[in-house]
Design a protein around this ligand. Structure first.
Ligand SMILES: *Cc1c(COP(=O)(O)O)cnc(C)c1O
Length: 233
């Protein structure tokens, strides 16, 4: 466990340093731990560390969300789905999530809303493909505001922000330009009254500093805390 604790402390230190460098207050950036491929026992052990208090949990596969759901339920974690969601898995996902960050179409948003239990409000973010890489899901930046507007209007859903996966390159300017674009979209969404305090979920283990510089309010960390993933993904 000590290695997880050390990596977690190091990751938090990076986040704090980036906040400072960007002139942002300490703790203003939330940390989401991306737990994909990690067994429930490891996830539990990490979230029980004092350093993990208040951190979010992110899963990107519904299958894993379901498989680990019951084992982790007593921890009371706030869990975000951060990966693609097919309509036939909506019911399974809804049972185990507090928020879906990966809403990439109005159809998916409507499907989610339709299957909510009466009275439940689901937090959703619009996933934007800022780098327009064909391999990535997410709406294109040019469509993002229109999609956000439609999503925000769906009863049962609460638009809480925008999410993106940064460009797959070591080119700092290119990665940051994508994050800056997401921040602009968020500002425009505020201007249009689509929500208040809308989140920017962007930045992962290898580029959290760039994302925080560009205004990330949630960074999603996997390997920085859990180490290299075993197997695919
Ligand atoms: C796995 C994953 C992360 C974390 O990536 P790392 O590079 O391991 O930090 C963040 N966001 C999404 C959507 C992911 O699938």
């Amino acid at each position: 466990m000590e290695e997880y604790a050390e990596r977690l402390r190091a990751a938090v230190a990076r986040v704090r340093a980036a906040e400072r460098a960007a002139g942002r207050s300490a703790g203003s950036v939330k940390v989401l731990l991306a737990t994909k491929t990690q067994p429930a026992g490891v996830v539990r052990a990490v979230f029980e560390l004092p350093e993990a208090a208040g951190m979010l949990r992110g899963e990107n596969r519904v299958q894993e969300l379901v498989a680990k759901g019951a084992d982790l339920a007593d921890l009371g974690l706030t869990t975000h789905l951060i990966g693609p969601l097919q309509s036939n898995k909506i019911n399974a996902a809804l049972r185990w999530v507090d928020a879906v960050e990966s809403v990439a179409s109005v159809e998916l948003a409507e499907g989610l809303a339709k299957r909510l239990e009466p009275g439940r409000v689901l937090q959703v973010m619009v996933q934007v493909n800022v780098s327009a890489e064909p391999s990535k899901s997410g709406v294109l930046p040019a469509e993002a505001l229109a999609v956000a507007e439609q999503v925000a209007a769906i009863p049962g859903l609460k638009l809480t922000g925008f999410m993106t996966i940064g460009a797959n390159t070591a080119d700092e300017m290119q990665v940051r330009a994508g994050y800056a674009e997401l921040a602009r979209l968020r500002d425009q969404a505020h201007d249009r009254g689509l929500g208040t305090g809308l989140e920017l979920s962007m930045g992962m283990s290898n580029d959290l500093e760039w994302a925080i510089t560009e205004g990330a309010s949630i960074v999603r960390l996997g390997t920085a805390v859990f180490g290299a993933r075993v197997g695919a993904q």
